[in-house]
Design a protein around this ligand. Structure first.
Ligand SMILES: [Zn+2]
Length: 327
């Protein structure tokens, strides 16, 4: 490092150079000013274009360091002046930008934020596999998201603090009817603890499949190799209802079982189609659906009244008049 005398001398030269630059810029015409700024920005862009990644990091780190030192030593008045000048510069630049420039600036801003977020999350990747009791996970705001303690004033739904208000009911625009208790015996099967009820609760998806009326269909399914339980769907998704009666030499399935004449045969067929289901439970659910389910009743009625040649067509994209468009 230079001895104190030489440092002082160097600083005074720098100060005189700065004053000289400021004086010559004050006399500069606006055209000359623009030309100089353009040349400066071209020079900067050229030198940054050939910078290596390490050089960029060290330049940015040095800039940040310089800025931190300069800001730490500024007085309140200087800070206010700087912030006002910054705001003025931003306002001037934004006032003169056209729509395309504004879109570009906003997109660049969004991209920058998304890069920062991605980087923060990237550092977390697979970190759960390296759990350490020495890390205080509760103090990390990315991990500790708190509890669902915020309550919507309109529908009383609970949300986390990071979730936007109104995401539940659009600030009271939508009101859902409260859920009614399911009819018996479903209610008992869902809540009791005797053998059949416990079996039902443990195998509820199987019983659901036992009574499904349609099968899932799509234009194109993509399954991935190996043990991959999910699959992707391309194009249109629909529910296949098929014919109301089984085709020749085929076992009745889905909706067709509802139209098998004998009640015990229906139960036998359901339990044969879906393994590990109990006829005693299937029988109770079947009686309940015949009694309470409007679709089952509607189809039974249609079967009894219509001629064999009649076709039932359901337009899934038609909305019943006066109903919500997504119904
Ligand atoms: Zn709400």
């Amino acid at each position: 490092m230079a001895p104190p005398r030489k440092r002082k001398f160097a600083r005074s030269i720098q100060r005189r150079e700065r004053e000289g630059i400021a004086a010559s810029r004050a006399n500069e015409s606006s055209k000359l000013c623009q030309q100089r700024q353009l040349a400066d920005s071209e020079r900067t862009a050229a030198s940054r274009a050939c910078e290596t990644e390490d050089e960029r990091y060290s330049r940015q780190a040095a800039n940040a360091q310089r800025m931190t030192i300069a800001r730490a030593s500024e007085t309140v008045e200087e800070r206010c002046r700087r912030q006002a000048a910054d705001a003025q510069r931003t306002a001037t630049a934004r006032a003169s930008e056209n729509t395309e420039e504004r879109c570009r600036r906003q997109a660049a801003g969004a991209q920058r934020i998304s890069n920062v977020r991605y980087e923060v999350w990237r550092q977390k990747e697979n970190s759960a596999f390296q759990y350490s009791s020495n890390i205080c996970y509760e103090s990390d705001p990315l991990i500790a998201i708190g509890r669902m303690t915020l309550e919507c004033n309109f529908c009383q739904a609970l949300r986390w603090k990071g979730e936007s208000p109104g995401m539940c009911c659009s600030n009271g625009k939508f009101r859902l009817h409260s859920l009614q208790a399911p009819p018996k015996p479903l209610y008992t099967l869902l809540t009791a603890d005797y053998s059949d009820a416990v079996h039902f609760q443990d195998n509820v998806r199987k019983y659901n499949a036992c009574f499904q009326m349609t099968s899932f269909g799509s234009t194109k399914e993509i399954r991935e190799a190996g043990f991959m339980p999910t699959f992707k769907v391309q194009g249109q998704v629909y529910h296949r209802i098929g014919s109301l009666q089984p085709l020749r030499n085929e076992e009745p399935k889905f909706l067709q079982i509802y139209f098998v004449g004998d009640k015990d045969k229906q139960i036998e067929q359901r339990c044969r189609n879906i393994s590990n289901t109990r006829p005693s439970i299937a029988s109770q659910i079947q009686d309940m659906l015949h009694q309470h389910n409007s679709y089952v009743q509607g189809f039974k009625y249609a079967m009894e009244k219509m001629s064999p040649e009649l076709k039932v067509v359901i337009y899934a994209d038609k909305t019943p008049s006066g109903q919500h468009e997504r119904r």
